[in-house]
Design a protein around this ligand. Structure first.
Ligand code: PEP
Ligand code: MN
Length: 450
């Protein structure tokens, strides 16, 4: 494939799926993008490079990637308590994986920019009324009214502002004391009190505290060892709205390379990874670590061509492949890709998104995902990669720190189909609640150990 010169805007004019083309005022959109170009970067190139290095370790089988967060962030759910609860359940999961599986864990949130959504249908029909689908709070509104569903460029500015203050709080949590391992007991969430998962967590936290007391006596303390006092927490989102991503893309003055400064890591969704389309074009030119969803229908040849374009120097840590097949399809779809990647010596992180292939609709009309199917896809993913001699390097979850009822199942605190309506808050896809997410972390640690 001959490639023209890349620039942050070279994707324009190429076919682009899932980017709205119905802004009523295109000048207002262009003005918003120009304004964003003058705003400060949200992340620095050096941080993105550091994440790439850490992912390079994951690609080599020396660490594990934990990526997760909301399907879609929203203006309505934006609250410091929600951010804190998400952060702490991620810390709990990371510690479970580090302790249980003996692996350093690279923590990446689907957060501080995860707004725009590809939708399976451009329209939504309710009671005989047809309106454009909700596309994420940075594009239009969730409310089912004609006014709310019109794309509004001011939403891009608002989403930037929310991302900036979210990131500010995350930086404070990770560097300012909250992430200190001495707080391991405080990360526990009140509403899982008494559950089996909670008890398991308490036992583990006690053992870690004892080990820390011992280390303390030896002179190794959070004061002497920054890794115990703080953590690295990275941000990521689907790089869907290329106008926004272009506006946030800047040259790094030290390396002379382009970085998309809207997040440390960005991914290409399963619906926008066409070789000759706009998203692949944009992603090939940014130097961030990137990810790509892979699912049913992607053949090894096409994957190799995509890797040629997106990671021409075969740099470890540059690309994460997020497999999202469904529990009943992963054993059929994934082996040929894993084999081809291995045969060709490509360095990739293999991660598992057990959410998007396992969505079902209940009789009462709720979108849900059965916990058992989620777990079964993770296990299937690991089996495939182990048998192809590859490292199952990570997981990618849609989850929240709140006690929602969106995914059915879980053994610590079972969510039944009839419970879904009680706390179903997601703006898009159903998320694991905090207990379910923690339970999964324990199960994964077991799998990794075995
Ligand atoms: C998502 O991650 O929210 C998503 C839309 O996933 P996929 O691209 O795998 O469908
Ligand atoms: Mn989703």
């Amino acid at each position: 494939m001959t490639q023209k010169r890349w620039s942050p805007s070279s994707w324009r004019g190429m076919p682009a799926l899932h980017i709205p083309d119905d802004y009523p005022d295109v000048q207002a959109l262009a003005d918003a993008e120009t304004e964003l170009k003058g705003y400060p970067p949200l992340v620095f190139a050096g941080e993105a490079q550091k994440l790439k290095q850490r992912l390079g370790e994951v690609a080599m089988g020396k660490a594990f990637l934990l990526q997760g967060g909301d399907c879609a962030e929203s203006f309505k759910e934006f609250h410091p308590d929600n951010l804190r609860d998400m952060f702490r359940v991620k810390m709990q999961m990371a510690v479970v994986l580090t302790y249980g599986a003996g692996q350093p864990v690279v923590k990446v949130g689907r957060i501080a920019g995860q707004f725009g959504k590809p939708r399976s249908s451009p329209v939504e029909v309710r009671d005989g009324i047809t309106l454009p689908s909700y596309r994420g709070d940075n594009i239009n509104g969730m409310e089912f009214s004609p006014e709310s569903r019109v794309p509004d460029p001011n939403r891009l500015i608002k989403a930037y502002g929310q991302s900036a203050s979210t990131l500010n709080l995350l930086r404070a949590f990770s560097m300012g004391g909250y992430a200190n391992l001495r707080n391991i007991h405080q990360w526990n969430l009140g509403f899982v009190e008494g559950s089996e998962t909670n008890e398991k967590y308490k036992v583990m936290a006690e053992k870690i505290s004892d080990a820390m007391d011992f280390m303390d006596a030896c002179g190794v303390t959070p004061d002497t060892t920054p890794q115990m006092a703080q953590t690295d927490y990275y941000t990521s989102h689907e790089g869907l709205l290329l106008g926004y991503e272009e506006a946030m893309t800047r040259i790094d003055s030290t390396s002379g390379r382009w970085y998309d400064t809207s997040a440390h890591m960005l991914w290409i969704g399963n619906r926008t990874r066409q070789l000759d389309h706009a998203h692949v074009e944009f992603f090939r030119g940014i130097d961030n670590p990137i990810a790509m969803k892979v699912g049913e229908g992607l053949e090894p040849d096409e994957l190799m061509q995509l890797l040629d374009v997106l990671n021409p120097h075969n740099e470890a840590g540059r690309i994460t492949l997020i497999a999202r097949y469904g529990h009943d399809k992963v054993a059929k779809g994934l082996p040929s890709l894993a084999r081809a990647v291995k045969r060709e010596g490509r360095h990739v992180v293999w991660s598992c998104d057990p959410m998007h292939g396992n969505t079902i609709k209940t009789g009462t009309g709720y979108k849900t995902r059965p916990f058992d199917n989620i777990l079964s896809e993770v296990k299937g993913f690991m089996q495939v990669l182990h048998s192809e001699n590859c490292w199952p390097g990570g997981v990618h979850f849609e989850m929240t720190g709140q006690n929602v009822t969106e995914c059915v199942g879980g053994s610590a605190q079972v969510v039944r189909e009839e419970d879904l309506s009680s706390r179903y808050h997601t703006h898009c896809d159903p998320r694991l609640n905090a207990t379910q997410a923690l339970e999964l972390a324990f199960q994964i640690a077991e799998e990794l150990k075995s």
